[in-house]
Write a protein that binds this ligand. Structure first.
Ligand code: FE2
Length: 374
């Protein structure tokens, strides 16, 4: 079976409309130090904080922002806490993919009526800046989706958080918004989760990649991309496929201890500047051999950028019917080989870089070889 790009149908009336990604919350071992990394390496600005000083005795959270992207880094300050247990099992990782909605309670009820499992019933938080309504449902692994309704709130993040600014001079590097968030699920589970997003969330199946699309001499995986009606929220779902050696998805599942978020793709309008700055700040990227650039223009045709500039930063190029895209992948951003980032600049293309899969997966295999996990 070849790659199938589905005709996007869209629901006639979207009963679970999503306005976009509200925030992404990581549970981490040391939020203070993680917050420093995201400020110095990725150019996020600290905007809000919760901890002992705000009366939060068991949890500490830092909220970072750049463009429309909001990251929350949360750590437990006591041992027997679900956040501490999450970190013990998974290492640092994404707990919450929060979705911005107009009506959190209704979103939750619609999702539950369609078969979602509750993670937290609707509740309201309020302070002098107004109120925020939230409710959460379970998705793959220990990951949850929180519906956030913030139309009646004007504070820094959520009630309970205080406004807090970066202590150092932060240089934003052009990160604009979350393009897509990818989940890795276990053997044979991809279709179950695709069905979850279709049935419960009303998403459309956008693209199917089978193991022939995504394989190298040694390893393989399968992937399907689901998207909400307005296309603001896109979730590719990967599962491992049989190969001669251990796929990167299996490696992830082993180290994360369950299904979970594999990578977050962040959009930029100027990938050359963004990646040059990230490299200067010490962010590590997967390396694709220089010979990739010998033939890439035969495949993608004319591009606006100078190929030598892209080669110098090891940025990859792909084209589809709509246009082209530029992309690059970081190495994992914590010690376990789990979560990483993609930086993507879309110049018309709506796809995900299929033409680069082989070169990328060979690059990941070289990393797996070094880790002894291939
Ligand atoms: Fe991606």
């Amino acid at each position: 079976m070849d790659t199938i790009i589905q005709e996007k149908k869209g629901l006639q009336t979207d009963e679970l409309p999503l306005l976009g990604t509200d925030h992404i919350e990581f549970y981490v071992g040391n939020a203070k130090q993680s917050a420093h990394y995201y400020q110095t390496a990725f150019g996020y600005e600290l905007v809000a904080y919760k901890g002992l000083e705000t009366g939060s005795k068991d949890l500490c959270s830092y909220v970072l922002q750049q463009g429309k992207i909001r990251l929350v880094l949360t750590t437990a300050m006591i041992p027997n806490h679900p956040v501490a247990e999450h970190v013990m099992k998974h290492g640092d990782g994404v707990k919450v993919l929060a979705l911005w909605v107009d009506d959190a309670a209704k979103s939750y009820e619609v999702a539950l009526s369609r078969g979602a499992v509750s993670a937290q019933a609707p509740f309201t938080l309020s302070d002098e800046h107004g109120e925020v309504k939230m409710a959460s449902i379970c998705t793959y692994g220990d990951t949850i989706h929180t519906f956030v309704e913030r139309k009646n709130y004007s504070g820094a993040f959520l009630p309970g958080f205080m406004k807090k600014e970066s202590l150092m001079e932060v240089k934003p590097i052009g990160l604009k918004y979350v393009d897509h968030c990818v989940g890795n699920v276990g053997w044979g589970k991809m279709n179950d989760w695709v069905e979850f997003y279709q049935k419960v969330m009303g998403f459309d199946l956008l693209i199917t990649f089978d193991d022939k699309d995504i394989s190298t001499e040694y390893t393989a995986l399968m992937s399907k991309v689901v998207s909400n009606g307005n296309g603001y929220v896109k979730f590719p779902i990967n599962e491992p496929a049989e190969g001669r050696k251990k796929s990167q998805i299996e490696e992830y599942l082993d180290f994360y201890g369950s299904a979970g978020v594999q990578h977050i793709a962040i959009a930029t309008d100027n990938i050359l500047e963004t990646v040059a700055q990230l490299r200067k700040n010490g962010v590590e990227f997967l390396h694709v051999p220089d010979n990739y650039y010998d033939t890439v223009l035969d495949r993608v045709g004319t591009i606006d950028e100078n190929l030598e500039d892209l080669k110098a930063l090891n940025i990859l190029i792909d084209r589809d019917d709509e246009g082209y895209l530029l992309q690059i992948f970081t190495k994992p951003v914590q010690d376990r080989p789990t979560v990483f980032y993609e930086i993507i600049q879309r110049k018309g293309a709506l796809s995900f870089g299929k033409g680069n899969f082989k070169a990328l997966f060979e690059a990941i295999e070289r990393e797996q070889e070094l880790r002894g996990t291939l």
